[in-house]
Design a protein around this ligand. Structure first.
Ligand code: PMP
Length: 255
């Protein structure tokens, strides 16, 4: 997904959490491109942050101005470098994702990240690189900051949008790539047990990219490494991002 779609989703998140922006999508896109140019990055992570500025105190922001800060960071991966080829170890968290009518899970808002912090901190204490959160009903939801895919019996599975997940940009890209590669995909409820029985599991996100999972709760996933379907999707993902393959879906934006 290109910058245009990323910015459109930023506006969706802002609309959900009462943050009306003073700029339009084109202006925010241009400001992001300018920040990347000014910082002279080759590969970077872009973090636009929309927040309420100075004014009233209290939970309701009143008329406090809505501000935007755009930060870009040099980027060479979120997990250890060999994670992409060898996979990472994860554990199911004792912290659940919020129920659908509590926080707005679909908004990428800072408040939701208190939940993510609890999930990843617990996972690290237990010796895992990250944690998998179940939803309020005990179905598989997502990672602390990644969506999740399982491959089993010839199909790719991922939890549905209505299941308290943050519907990530990378998840959308994976759905598209799977379609391009002719891999059947189902967006459906996933039971915890399927994490233990699937042939492959991977996480995906802007920071995590396409990250194979080699074990869940110390149980090997498949043969305990990156599976062939994950590898195929991963390779296509990176080849498109690096410009080695035709950008069929207009995911790239010149800066
Ligand atoms: N779920 C959560 C909870 C996240 O924080 C993120 C990353 N922002 C994702 C999924 C993946 O989203 P994206 O692919 O847009 O980075």
């Amino acid at each position: 997904m290109g910058l245009k779609e990323h910015v459109a989703r930023l506006f969706h998140s802002c609309a959900i959490v009462h943050l009306p922006l003073r700029w339009n999508e084109g202006q925010i896109s241009e400001a992001i491109r300018e920040t990347v140019r000014e910082n002279e990055h080759e590969a970077c992570y872009i973090r636009p942050l929309v927040y309420r500025g100075y004014g009233a105190l209290g939970v309701h922001p009143g008329d406090n101005p809505v501000e935007v800060a755009i930060a870009t960071f040099p980027w060479d991966g979120h997990f250890a470098a060999d994670g992409l080829t060898k996979g990472i170890d994860v554990g199911v968290s004792s912290w659940r994702r919020m129920a659908p009518d509590t926080h707005a899970a679909m908004a990428k808002c800072a408040g939701n990240y208190a939940n993510s912090l609890l999930i990843v901190a617990e996972a690290r204490e237990h010796g895992y690189q990250d944690g998998i959160a179940l939803d309020v009903n005990g179905y598989v939801c997502e990672g602390s900051g990644q969506n999740i895919f399982l491959y089993d019996d010839g199909r790719l599975l991922t939890p549905p949008l209505g299941g308290s997940i943050l519907g990530g940009y990378t998840r959308r890209c994976i759905l598209q790539l799977a379609n391009d590669l002719g891999i059947p995909v189902a967006e459906q409820l996933v039971a915890r047990e399927q994490l233990y029985t699937s042939e492959e599991v991977f996480l995906c996100g802007t920071a995590a990219e396409v990250m194979p999972v080699k074990s869940v709760d110390k149980r090997k996933v498949g043969s305990g490494g990156r599976g062939p379907v994950t590898e195929k999707i991963q390779k296509r993902f990176f080849a498109t991002l690096r410009g080695d393959l035709e950008d069929r879906h207009h995911w790239l934006t010149p800066v």
